[in-house]
Design a protein around this ligand. Structure first.
Ligand code: UD1
Length: 442
């Protein structure tokens, strides 16, 4: 068993290196036309898969995007000892044979969300070890001090030694935790760690993101008692054990993937219908695009967008916690407004290092200046295709949009960053009329 898992681990690393070689070749300019289904949300699927280790019985999770971060999470589940099947966007997890409480460095450094296994494993075993600081896209310092401080408030002993973090406790203490920042990951970790707490855990200034609401729906189906998800105060009443029934859960649509389609249409033009989407999760981006000359209609699960002529800039956009404008759409919006009329100003308030796409957009002819946390975009008529490098997931998506709108051929190198969060992106946009090839890079 040990040996087999070592192989999985090494295989995973090799695979990661291999996908680093991918590049997307985009033949612009595209005009996007048609209907497209929006995939399930990465940021909901990852914590839900992590939470599945708590289930008493098998869980069936549907609408799971077929993306690299999901595959990595499944590898971690398998490493811990779960039996997992992933087929046709459905994951079946049987955690009855789980036997480990350690996340090895190879896995921890692959993904920031590996940190959520700490909360889930603490609930399961009252113990967890993380042998590396959680990785992920380098968009800022991304510390985990709020997670650790919250664990300590729950009565968990936390030892840190070099990069290694060890946590243990006899029980999880009911308590009130105030988060100085409404961190998505810290909110999720506290919820996961508190399922079996003594009494009640109250999170004040909790994050309100829809993905947290989805995680709590899933946990409540398993038998947890969580109230207030989607508000700034979340209450978790400890339960003795979870239900024994099999649970089926459908992951919510990915609002960032949907927002990326909207930005692509805003940049390239024409007419697209997004299906299987929750427009209410996209209020901030819809408001911006409506104010910039896009025609948009929403119904319960669909968004129709039409853009003719040039996008109108002249806005000031600031990233915020939900329901504000999401930091994950900052880069895609940058690409759309790079070709808008007038000057658009974008202020990034969540992460310190999230303008890595800008120098690449400038290579393509964009006129953008970054000063600390502000990007000033002087819209140009057109971008021109060239070779650009993705440096992180959403920045990669921004270059992809820029390639769609540009004149000529754009090569987006290191497209594996994009594959972390977008399912078969070239196939999806080809369905809307774009011409894209995928090749191994140099
Ligand atoms: C999640 C999302 C990510 C999104 C981000 C903000 C997932 C898997 N990822 O990331 O796509 O961009 O929310 O919406 O859901 N912070 C601290 N100390 C901590 C934790 C966070 O200072 O212990 C800071 C971060 O550095 C950042 C801010 O808080 O500046 C928000 O981070 P957080 O909400 O925790 O983001 P993630 O959960 O990592």
């Amino acid at each position: 068993m040990q040996f087999e898992n070592k192989i999985i681990c090494d295989g995973l690393l090799n695979k990661s290196l291999e996908v680093k070689m991918q590049k997307l070749i985009i033949y612009g300019p595209a005009s996007l036309m048609g209907e497209i289904e929006v995939e399930g949300a990465k940021n909901a699927a990852l914590p839900i898969l992590t939470a599945s280790i708590l289930a008493q019985n098998k869980v069936i999770i549907t609408n799971v995007p077929d993306i690299v971060d999901v595959k990595h999470t499944i590898e971690i589940l398998k490493y811990l000892g779960c039996n997992v099947l992933f087929e046709n966007n459905t994951v079946v997890v049987d955690s009855s044979s789980i036997g480990r409480f350690t996340i090895p460095p190879e896995y921890a450094k692959l993904m920031r969300s590996s940190v959520l296994f700490m909360g889930a494993l603490l609930s399961k075993f009252r113990r967890v070890e993380l042998s590396n600081h959680p990785g992920g896209c380098e968009i800022g310092q991304r510390p985990i001090d709020l997670h650790i401080s919250a664990f300590r408030q729950l009565g968990i002993e936390v030892f840190e030694n070099n990069n290694r973090i060890m946590c243990r406790c006899d029980r999880i203490k009911g308590s009130e935790i105030f988060l100085p920042i409404p961190s998505v990951g810290a909110t999720e970790n506290i919820i996961l760690a508190s399922i079996f707490c003594d009494g009640e855990v109250v999170i004040k200034n909790a994050a309100k993101e829809p993905e947290i609401v989805d995680l709590c729906h899933f946990l409540n189906k398993l038998g947890a008692k969580i109230k207030g998800a989607g508000t700034h105060i979340i209450k978790i009443e400890g339960v003795k054990r979870l239900n024994s029934e099999e649970v089926i859960h459908k992951v919510i649509p990915d609002r960032i993937v949907a927002g990326t389609y909207l930005c692509a249409v805003a940049a390239c033009g024409k007419e697209v219908v997004l299906k299987s989407v929750f427009p209410r999760h996209l209020d901030s981006i819809l408001h911006i695009l409506k104010g910039s000359g896009c025609k948009i209609k929403e119904s319960k699960n669909e968004i129709w967008i039409k853009k003719e002529g040039r996008l109108k800039g002249g806005l000031r956009i600031t990233t915020h916690y939900y329901p504000g404008f999401p930091t994950d759409l900052q880069a895609p919006v940058c690409s759309a407004f790079a070709v808008a009329s007038g000057v658009t100003i974008i202020k990034e308030t969540i992460f310190e290092n999230r303008f890595k796409h800008v120098p690449e957009l400038v290579k393509m002819g964009a006129d953008i200046h970054v000063e600390k946390d502000i990007a000033v975009i002087n819209g140009v008529e057109k971008l021109r295709g060239c070779k650009v490098f993705a440096r992180d997931l959403r920045g990669g998506a921004a270059l992809f949009i820029a390639g769609l709108s540009a004149q000529g051929v754009t090569e987006v190198m290191d497209a594996d960053y994009i594959d972390r969060g977008y399912e078969k992106i070239e196939e999806k946009y080809s369905l809307l009329g774009a011409k894209i090839l995928r090749e191994k890079g140099e």
